[in-house]
Design a protein around this ligand. Structure first.
Ligand SMILES: C[C@@H](O)[C@H](N)C(=O)O
Ligand SMILES: C[C@@H](O)[C@H](N)C(=O)O
Lengths: 164, 164
């Protein structure tokens, strides 16, 4: 496996916010992030996937201490943009695998998702870039998640090196 | 703005695949990526966001030349996993902003989304990691997207440097 996992990282106390059913047309994402920018909200992740008909759900993760600022930003937004609902969820946290080019290997993604599954950890959200695979998982299972991912990816390497 | 955009990148001919309404329980993402791994499908992005009730949509982007392999992997998957539907979409392409720490600044995200909106480009999917903001947009608008993002982020820098 020439692509290697270099590190496992996780976030602290996060707040997941989902704007449900925003109109799927140009300018809507800009409106949302203008409001967040006006209140200087620090963003950890942005995830928008498939929607239904002409609507999308736009999810983002901020730090819990910014909750007040996020609520103010959304209160301003609601004056100019209509959407079907919103969700605030403080029970999630992010765990990531980091390593050059790892996101392109379906085998590394499989091993990560499988290690979490064996530990009974449900994956709430997934987002990747070329050198990182991130999952939102229940915060109270974070320690367990880091442990099983460490065993799957880092320990393996150590064991391999010892054998030679 | 201490965080700076270093580059604008875009992908070639991509294929977006969405598995609609997969069960939201541990092990499902692992099953999907086991099937893709068995057929050595090269993955460009994985995006899973908010779902509804006990279901999630799992979207991933592969290269168009792997379409046959993806279809075979999904045919195998369908024998063991039930989901509500699937979508294959060859009309999308990925454009990304790259720079250390850019995803945490809501202002950079706003400027990116706004530059695309001013050009009338609709954002189909969004995914971030700490140093990259990626958007799936219509492939036939890719050149326009790269041009407007270049003007917004790279030209600005050049102009600023000239002034001093
Ligand atoms: C939908 C899928 O991601 C599921 N939640 C899992 O953990 O595998
Ligand atoms: C939903 C939102 O992303 C919209 N498609 C936009 O381009 O702004």
């Amino acid at each position: 496996e020439e692509v290697r996992v270099k590190a496992i990282t996780h976030s602290g106390d996060m707040l997941k916010i989902v704007l449900l059913g925003v109109p799927n047309q140009p300018g809507v994402a800009a409106q949302i992030f203008k409001a967040l920018s006006d209140f200087s909200v620090f963003i950890d992740m942005i995830i928008q996937s498939e929607g239904r008909e002409d609507y999308k759900d736009l999810a983002f993760v901020a730090s819990r201490e910014d909750e007040e600022k996020v609520r103010k930003a959304i209160a301003c937004l609601e004056k100019e943009l209509s959407f079907q609902g919103m969700k605030f969820d403080e029970t999630m946290s992010r765990v990531s695998l980091v390593g050059a080019g790892i996101a392109s290997s379906p085998n590394i993604a499989y091993r990560m998702f499988n290690a979490l599954a064996r530990a009974g950890i449900n994956i709430d959200m997934i987002s990747t870039s070329n050198s990182r695979i991130s999952c939102l998982i229940p915060r109270d299972l974070m320690e367990e998640a880091v442990k099983v991912l460490h065993e799957e990816f880092i320990m393996q390497e150590v064991r391999l090196n010892e054998e030679v």
